[in-house]
Write a protein that binds this ligand. Structure first.
Ligand code: R5P
Length: 268
C-alpha cells in the first residue's frame, strides 16, 4: 500500500496518513469488508493547506485526516462532477473542502450522500444534493474507512453507514478512501478490533448470527448507547459486528457471507 505523508503545522510533528486510490474496480459487498480488484495507488508527500490559527489547535491526527481529505478533493474532483460523499469524521473534512472549492472556484458539483449524517452536512455546507435516482453514475466517491490491510481490503461500517456507502461507491467511476495511520494494518483485525460490521434486516439477525458462528468467531449485535436496544441503521436494519480471531481469505469469506439468503434480501 502506498502511503501519503502529511506534516502537522503544530510542532512539525509528522503524521502519516494512508491515501488509497482505488480505481474503477471496487466490488460491492454486503458485509463490512470491501476489496478492490484493479487498484492503483498514489504516493506523495503532501503539505497541508494553510491552517488558520483556530485550526492549528486541532489534534495532530485531525490535521492529518484533514490534509489527506483536502488532497483527495483537490486531486480527484473536477467541475461538473457528481461526487459521492462518505460518512464518518474523515469524510466531513472532504465535504468541507468541497464547499470551499465551490465557493472559491465556482465548481458546479452535485453530491450523493451515503447516510443521514452526510446528507445533513452537505445541506449545512450549502452544497447541492442529488441521489442515485437522478444520477446513477457517480464520477468519484470519497470516503473514510475503519481499517485497510496490505491487500487494500477495507473494513467499513464502524459508524453503521456501510450499505449506502457501498452502493454509492459501486456506482462510481473512482473510489477514493482516506485513512489515517491508525487504520493501516498488515492484516485486518490488527488495529480494528470491533469486528466486521454486517447490516442485517431485523427479522433475520438470529439465523445470520448462527450462520456466522459456523464460520468461527463471535457475531455480536451492536447495541445503541443513548437508546435501549440495538443500533438501527439509516435503512432500518440491525448491525452485527463479527469478531474474528484469525486471518482469513477475505475474498472467500465475502462470497460466503453474501450467499446467506438474507443478504440478497438486504440488498434489494
Ligand atoms: O460507517 C461508517 C463509515 O464506514 C466510515 O467511513 C468509517 O467508520 C470511518 O469513519 P471515521 O472517518 O470517523 O474514522
Amino acid at each position: 500500500m502506498d502511503e501519503m505523508f502529511t506534516k502537522a503545522s503544530n510542532g512539525f510533528r509528522e503524521i502519516r496518513a494512508v491515501g488509497v486510490h482505488v480505481k474503477n474496480g471496487f466490488r460491492i459487498c454486503t458485509n463490512g469488508v470491501s476489496q478492490d480488484v484493479n487498484s492503483s495507488h498514489f504516493k506523495t508527500r503532501y503539505h497541508p493547506p494553510f491552517l488558520p490559527e483556530s485550526e492549528s489547535k486541532l489534534q495532530p491526527i485531525e490535521v492529518g485526516k484533514k490534509s489527506a481529505a483536502w488532497k483527495a478533493v483537490d486531486h480527484h474532483v473536477m467541475d461538473n462532477f457528481i461526487v459521492g460523499v462518505g460518512s464518518g469524521s474523515t469524510a466531513v473534512y472532504a465535504m468541507e473542502r468541497l464547499a470551499l472549492r465551490v465557493k472559491e472556484e465556482g465548481l458546479k458539483i452535485l453530491c450523493v450522500p451515503t447516510s443521514f449524517q452526510s446528507r445533513q452536512i452537505v445541506k449545512q455546507l450549502g452544497l447541492s444534493l442529488t441521489d442515485l435516482e437522478e444520477h446513477p453514475q457517480v464520477d468519484v466517491a470519497i470516503d473514510g474507512a475503519d481499517e485497510v490491510d496490505y491487500n487494500m481490503t477495507l473494513i467499513k461500517g464502524g459508524g453503521g453507514c456501510l450499505t449506502q456507502e457501498k452502493i454509492v461507491s459501486s456506482c462510481s467511476q473512482n473510489f477514493i478512501v482516506i485513512a489515517d495511520h491508525r487504520k493501516d494494518s498488515k492484516e485486518l483485525g490488527q488495529n480494528w478490533t470491533k469486528g466486521i460490521p454486517i447490516e442485517v434486516i431485523p427479522m433475520a439477525f438470529v439465523p445470520v448470527q448462527r450462520r456466522l458462528e459456523k464460520l468461527g468467531g463471535t457475531p455480536v449485535l451492536r447495541m445503541a448507547i443513548a437508546k435501549a436496544g440495538p443500533v438501527i441503521t439509516d435503512n432500518g436494519n440491525f448491525i452485527i459486528d463479527w469478531k474474528f480471531s484469525e486471518v482469513r481469505e477475505w475474498t472467500v469469506i465475502n462470497q460466503t457471507i453474501k450467499m446467506i439468503p438474507v443478504f440478497r434480501q438486504n440488498r434489494t
